[in-house]
Design a protein around this ligand. Structure first.
Ligand SMILES: [Zn+2]
Ligand SMILES: [Zn+2]
Length: 777
């Protein structure tokens, strides 16, 4: 099925990265440019014939090239060019870096960068824009004006009466304004050249009105002012990276806004990244409210496909001055030369890391993008990641700025650490209470005083262990396909009152009536948000789920809209208690929160993951920062089984620097990131023996490539494993891992590139490569 194409008619050649998971073609495939596509440019999205069947396959032009080394007669031509979706050159360069750094095929990387809605052109419509003809200079002897019908005259009068800012006006809109049932009279006017009509393709998307916050603080605190000046001075001096370490409530957002003002005033674009969808309603409302005359494009997972397409185009055609979004907004198609500033808010947040290929970290990609664009990048957090702290204070690759005072009017909350075990002994009854006496009485006081409450438990469901009531039997309900226990979820719709779900593969099962081994009763152990909800209602009958109390986790929230609606009702005071997982720990800013309860601060502390302590610190400290924003100072109660653990003590004291020094020393002692760089390679296979064998072979090959360490020194690269992953099987696939540690990123990259070239590392379905991993389960 060879395409009929005369190679002599080619006007040039291009390298195209096709959207297929082919890894051995990092530089793309060569195609000829047919005469009718003579202006093909780097970044264009094209379709090219691929394989024996010449299957039309989408891809991107990554380079214009010569045919050196290839027989021109064997080169196929580019089939067509897509009308939208072209990428700016810098973004393409960024994609090549990601492909190399994160070990992902270039085609797959490029495919991630452009949203599916853009590729499918969702919501594209043609609209006719109507206007008055521009007066021509030789109009001194005009033809007699055409005779107009009353309807036509009415439409013409309306257009003439419109202020210039509202012209051109959309055809249907004009018909509406003129009280016409059809657009026919206006079309006649266009035919008679009384009005002009221009057809334009746009994307139409409907939006829900967002609450805008236009409050401008009277003046900046001296601390804010100093940082705005320091970072502002470097805005036009090429690449610079900054870490803004500001305690919660110190007014980081205001610093961002003042810097964005400078950038936008200079005709440049600012990209603002926020974690997940959680922060978008509040941060978004504030940004849009403060920049009413500038277009803010919003990119996040809560958008409809048409909205996403529309917003992407606003960024691509240079209309938007500000792009706001979650992780993937780092790929905003801002035209080359326009980017002035990238802000990564809450830079420590885990949602910046993508958990499938390409496994990139939005913050690190943002720094790279700023480097390519020669602009400023500002990372902000009250609890910076140990990585960023290291980059700022040890490597000095980021400039650090501190905001250590809360803005006037915000008070430091009073934090009480409660020994959960001791409180349980105080209780007379033998029932398990998740809310101890201290938290219970504080809840009662707060409700009585009319305040609002956040209750954090980072575990959803009702109970996470279903076991035989006889501990000598020891039966424990596990997922059939995963190395994990099943979690019990309440569901009043079901006759059994609930169901069991695996939190790794989502499989569901029925609750067993009795222990399948010994026939005794089964019991539910462990805790989840549903159990807390039940207990709160039991202790405080005025708290009713769905009315005065709301549970916020991925079971109860089905998308961004649900969550935004809950936040609105909480803001209105209708909901008194928000109970939830880490979704509620992030960036919520409500003045009436007077109590924050952490049900169990230990849920993450003992996980076999070296970042568990860091995550515990961040979670406790971030949720505590949610209160004290209103009239009273607010109270935080942290229940824990380990009241003496340094991480709990330091988080309660809001002593980030104390914590990070301790944690950094521990990482350095154990030669863990950021003191080393790490890649984790997970082999997945439904066959256990084959999984182990592949992992064994991989580890041996990598060790062979590293070579023997010098006897006098610690090796610069260590290969650890193979070993079963902490969760050794998910969805029926066994998992074995090999971990690679190198002293520097360059050494790690050199090894991975060599291993990829040699075919030792082949990222794909059976092998997941994660560079700078943050989840180690
Ligand atoms: Zn499972
Ligand atoms: Zn049993």
């Amino acid at each position: 099925m060879a395409t009929l194409f005369d190679p002599d008619t080619a006007v040039g050649f291009v390298r195209v990265a096709v959207e297929r998971g082919v890894d051995h073609l990092p530089d793309g495939l060569t195609y000829a440019i047919p005469a009718d596509l003579g202006d093909l440019a780097v970044g264009d999205r094209v379709r090219v014939p691929l394989g024996r069947g010449d299957t039309p396959t989408p891809g991107y032009v990554i380079e214009l090239c010569s045919t050196a080394g290839l027989d021109p007669a064997r080169i196929k031509p580019v089939a067509s060019r897509d009308a939208s979706g072209a990428l700016p050159g810098q973004l393409l360069e960024l994609a090549r870096w990601i492909s190399s750094y994160y070990c992902t095929p270039i085609g797959m990387t490029l495919s991630t960068i452009t949203p599916a809605a853009v590729k499918r052109r969702v919501g594209m419509v043609s609209r006719t824009l109507v206007d008055l003809p521009s007066p021509s200079p030789e109009a001194s002897s005009p033809e007699p004006p055409p005779r107009l019908s009353p309807k036509q005259q009415k439409a013409l009068d309306i257009v003439r009466a419109l202020p210039p800012s509202e012209r051109p006006v959309e055809l249907r809109r004009l018909a509406e304004l003129a009280g016409l049932r059809t657009t026919e009279p206006i079309k006649r006017l266009i035919e008679k050249a009384v009005l002009t009509g221009t057809v334009r393709s746009t994307v139409e998307a409907t939006w829900v009105e967002q609450a805008l916050d236009r409050t401008v603080p009277a003046r900046l605190t001296p601390g804010q002012q100093q940082i705005v000046e320091a970072v502002g001075a470097e805005l036009w001096t090429g690449f610079s990276a900054h870490l803004l370490f500001g305690v919660t409530g110190s007014g980081k957002t205001e610093v961002y806004i003042r810097l964005i003002e400078q950038v936008v005033a200079a005709g440049r674009v600012a990209v603002v990244l926020v974690p997940e969808i959680a922060l978008t309603p509040q941060t978004g409302g504030r940004l849009i409210g403060r920049f009413p005359n500038h277009r803010v494009a919003v990119l996040h997972s809560g958008l409809t496909a048409a909205q996403r397409h529309q917003q992407w185009l606003l960024a691509a055609d240079g209309t938007a001055d500000i792009v706001l979004g979650a992780r993937s907004a780092v790929f905003a198609p801002v035209p080359d030369g326009r980017l002035g500033l990238i802000i990564v808010d809450e830079e420590h947040d885990g949602s910046y890391k993508q958990d499938q290929a390409p496994r990139y970290h939005g913050r690190d990609v943002a720094v790279r993008r700023a480097q390519l664009a020669g602009c400023t990048v500002l990372l902000g957090s009250a609890t910076p990641s140990v990585e960023s702290w290291f980059n700022a204070t040890v490597r000095h690759s980021y400039r650090i700025h501190r905001l250590d005072q809360r803005v006037p009017g915000l008070r430091v909350p009073r934090v009480t650490v409660v020994d959960f075990a001791a409180e349980r002994r105080l209780r007379r009854d033998r029932r398990v209470h998740l809310i101890g006496p201290t938290l219970e009485s504080a809840t009662a006081d707060t409700l009585r005083a009319g305040g609002q409450i956040l209750m954090l438990l980072n575990r959803r469901g009702y109970a996470n262990y279903i076991a035989c009531s006889d501990h000598r039997c020891g039966w424990l309900m596990c997922c059939d396909d995963c190395d994990a226990t099943m979690v019990y979820h309440l569901d009043r719709q079901l006759p059994t009152g609930g169901y069991l779900q695996c939190h790794h593969c989502e499989a569901q099962q029925r609750m067993p009536e009795a222990c399948p081994v010994c026939g005794r009763r089964v019991t539910k152990f462990g805790l989840g948000t549903q159990r807390v909800e039940q207990e709160l209602h039991h202790k405080f009958p005025q708290l009713v789920e769905g009315e005065t109390m709301m549970r916020v986790d991925s079971d109860s929230m089905h998308g961004a809209r649900d969550f935004h609606e809950v936040l609105r009702r909480f803001g209105d005071g209708e909901i008194r208690v928000l109970l939830g997982t880490q979704m509620i720990a992030k960036g919520l800013d409500f003045p009436r929160i007077q109590l924050v309860g952490v049900i169990n601060a230990d849920t993450a502390i003992n996980l076999p993951d070296f970042r568990a302590t860091e995550r515990t610190y961040q979670l406790v400290s971030q949720v505590a920062g949610r209160c004290g924003r209103g009239s009273g100072p607010g109270r935080v109660i942290v229940q824990t089984f380990q009241p003496q653990a340094p991480v709990i003590r330091l988080a309660a004291a809001d002593d980030y620097e104390g914590f990070v020094k301790l944690e950094a020393a521990e990482r350095q002692r154990c030669r863990l990131p950021p003191y080393t760089r790490m890649a984790r390679i997970v082999i997945r296979d439904s066959d256990y023996a084959r999984c182990r064998e592949t992992a064994q072979l991989l580890a041996e090959s990598l060790r062979g490539m590293v070579g023997r360490p010098r006897p006098d020194a610690t090796p610069a690269i260590r290969v650890r494993g193979p070993a079963p992953c902490p969760i050794s099987r998910i969805a029926g696939r066994h998992r074995h891992q090999v971990e690679v540690f190198a002293d520097t990123a360059a050494e790690l990259q050199a090894l991975l590139t060599a291993a990829r070239t040699a075919g030792v590392v082949r990222p794909g379905a059976g092998m997941a490569v994660d560079v700078d991993p943050i989840a180690l389960m």
